[in-house]
Ligand binder design. Structure first.
Ligand code: GDP
Ligand code: MG
Length: 168
């Protein structure tokens, strides 16, 4: 039988929680520092969408985000994307537009979602809920607020992307 496999790239500035999100979703764990231990291109997890099994391959970056040195191989063949920023990092929020453009330049029009991570730190937020919602509307992306640390809404992000991919 045919298996559906979807390559998902997770982009955003450094330290917003991309690697943590991949580890959380694929392995169900959260720790303080994964960077040194991953050493692979992607992790995968099979989910069910409309009674079909879908293999999601979540590609991680090598941590060179700030230098725009992410290689073409990272984006090649990507079928869906997460645009991630952190609740406590203003610069990462301001960079979302350019991350979306980067994905579009490399991959064309693929399903995308905006993720506001570290919502557990909402007391220290440096972005207003309103401006985040406005940006999501402007960019025509659904918005999810997640805490990878507290395992809040992470699965929903990838379930949504898989459904969006399959329904196009
Ligand atoms: P990346 O550079 O985008 O891959 O970010 P990392 O996954 O390496 O995470 C950067 C730091 O943020 C690490 O210390 C993580 O433990 C922490 N982190 C990730 N997600 C969350 C979250 O939801 N809440 C909090 N409080 N910290 C998080
Ligand atoms: Mg990382």
């Amino acid at each position: 039988d045919l298996e559906i496999a979807v390559k998902v790239v997770i982009v955003g500035n450094g330290a917003v929680g991309k690697s943590s999100m991949i580890q959380r979703f694929c392995k169900g764990v959260f720790t303080r520092d994964y960077k040194k231990t991953i050493g692979v291109d992607f992790l995968e997890r099979i989910i069910e969408v409309n009674c079909e099994e879908v293999r999601l391959m979540l590609w991680d970056t090598a941590g060179q985000e700030e230098f725009d040195a992410i290689t073409k191989a990272y984006y090649r063949g990507a079928q869906a994307a997460v645009l991630a920023f952190s609740t406590v990092d203003r610069v990462s929020f301001d960079a979302i537009r350019s991350w979306k453009k980067k994905v579009e330049d490399e991959c064309g029009e693929i399903p995308m979602v905006i993720v506001q991570n570290k919502i557990d730190l909402v007391d220290q937020a440096v972005v207003d809920a309103d401006e985040v919602e406005m940006l999501a509307r402007e960019l025509h992306c659904r918005l999810y607020r997640t805490s990878v640390k507290e395992d809040l809404n992470v699965r929903q992000v990838f379930q949504y992307l898989a459904e969006k991919y399959l329904s196009q």
